[in-house]
Design a protein around this ligand. Sequence first.
Ligand code: PGA
Length: 257
Amino acid sequence: MSSLRRPVLAANWKMHKGPGATRSYVREFRRRYEPRSDRTVVFFPPAISIPAFRDEAGDRDDLELGVQDVHQEREGAHTGAVSAPMAADAGVGWGLAGHSERRREFGDGDELVAEKLRRLVEEGLRPVLCVGETLEERRDRRLEQVLARQVEAGLAGLEPERRARVLYAYEPVWAIGTGETAEPEDAESAHSFIRSVVRRVVPGDDGDAPILYGGSVKPHNAEALLATPEVGGVLVGSASLEPESFAAICRAADRSG
Ligand code: PGA
């Protein structure tokens, strides 16, 4: 199985868990989830908790780390911001760009998302470009228009030959934190559409770039989502905050594929 063909199980903790809570989580998670070479497990803790995570994970290098957001510049007078080089220095291998909460709460528009994505790639981090429609856009039948725009605009700052490094997360905004999950068929058709856009704008794309699904993924629905052919993994928010719940989601990849 090529590394990109492995399911990716990603935990986005958002603004939860400082260093102390991170340590107890990792201690517990290590006990509940054994390393598995057939899948990739990656955590996006708050930046301030990354060193504690790494320290507590110790020899568990199967537990990979990502940063939830980076500034588009490498360094400078940007109070409160975290840069991609700092994240890389802290041992992080992944980064999110374009999460809908960043787009909505912090005004990260398509152009800024593209700059951040480019910065992640330049610093050698693996970027996950998050895209997804609001309920209103879905009702107005603008799903495809929105997804195409977000993918194309997100990649616009990257030279075509570097675009193959990008992973995607389809996160319908109406499903995030609401308990509403897209049906596997809806995820399947949105993912297929994203795939068609990626094929068009990423030269030589051989269909390998995983597209994760995110939005109210829970232990009880993870298996069906992960068994959906176009779903290459899951990006999990609230259900990743409890070690057992996220361990169960990671194990759900056993029965998929
Ligand atoms: P949720 O969040 O699982 O709590 O819906 C998902 C996300 O925002 O990545």
